[in-house]
Ligand binder design. Structure first.
Ligand code: KIV
Length: 256
């Protein structure tokens, strides 16, 4: 599937499901679960590498994880989920040439067929336009944008009318720049609903209510792999607890 074919999902009213993966085991599980898209999200900086934010992850690390994700698939190429990779912090903030080189490196050396980047500042819009002109599909990301944690924190965004208007305006700019979809993270449901109605491209929500064209989740949150999850992602199973208890039993048995 081509990234732009997700627009057809919206036209047909077919929900889009996107899950993150960071290695071959997680991508095999997500593929089998049937998600249409896998995001190699830079949240792996926190989940896999133990960093406090997404900022320290490098382009080389994102590439290594994307390659591992691609090796996990067992379906034929046509039936594999679409793979999108996050552009890490500082790989696109310093200008268009650097962004093309970073995104091109990911697409050249892995099975990823598009990139995601955060924000809609005038410089970012120029980067998006250039990437798309160079044949690199781009997914936008607004609302809570974790690469701006030192400005925004991890709070819900766009609580007031002015910032809601700004997100609506920026979403339209992202669409007009040529993005094939946009992620809206941790914003009021009513705003996500408005953006969904205004845009021709799919709006993919995380902590943005049910009126979006699709939903994206961090797989580690849904599976309860860590001690705590964000308020908008209740774990489906307590995997961490199950694993700890199973391993405790094994360790205990070795001491009998
Ligand atoms: O890095 C990430 O996991 C994300 C989320 C929106 C899913 O960008």
């Amino acid at each position: 599937m081509l990234p732009k074919e997700l627009i057809r999902f919206k036209e047909l009213g077919k929900p889009i499901t996107i899950l993150t993966a960071w290695d071959s085991i997680s991508s095999a599980i997500v593929e089998e679960a049937g998600a249409e898209v896998i995001l190699v999200g830079d949240s792996l900086a926190m989940f896999v590498h133990g960093h406090a934010t997404t900022l320290p992850i490098t382009l080389q690390q994102m590439l290594d994880h994307t390659q591992a994700v691609c090796r996990g698939f067992s379906n034929s190429l046509k039936k594999q989920p679409l793979v999108i990779c996050d552009l890490p912090f500082l790989s696109y903030q310093c200008g268009e040439d650097k962004a093309v080189e970073a995104a091109g490196t990911l697409l050249k050396n892995s099975c990823a067929s598009g990139v995601k980047l955060e924000g809609a500042e005038p410089e970012t819009i120029k980067v998006i336009e250039r990437l798309i002109r160079m044949g690199i599909p781009v997914m936008g990301h607004l609302g809570l944008t974790p690469q701006s944690v030192h400005n925004l924190g991890y709070r819900r965004q766009a609580e007031d009318e002015l910032s809601q208007e700004q997100i609506l305006k920026q979403s339209i700019q992202i669409q007009n720049a040529g993005c094939f979809a946009i992620v809206l993270e941790h914003v009021p449901d009513i705003l996500a609903g408005k953006v969904q109605k205004q845009l021709r491209i799919p709006v993919i929500g995380i902590g943005a209510g049910t009126q979006c064209d699709g939903q994206i989740r961090v797989t580690a949150d849904l599976l309860g792999l860590t001690n705590s999850q964000p308020p908008f992602c209740k774990p489906l199973i307590k995997t961490r607890e199950l694993c700890v208890n199973a391993l405790k039993d094994w360790v205990r048995q070795q001491h009998l």
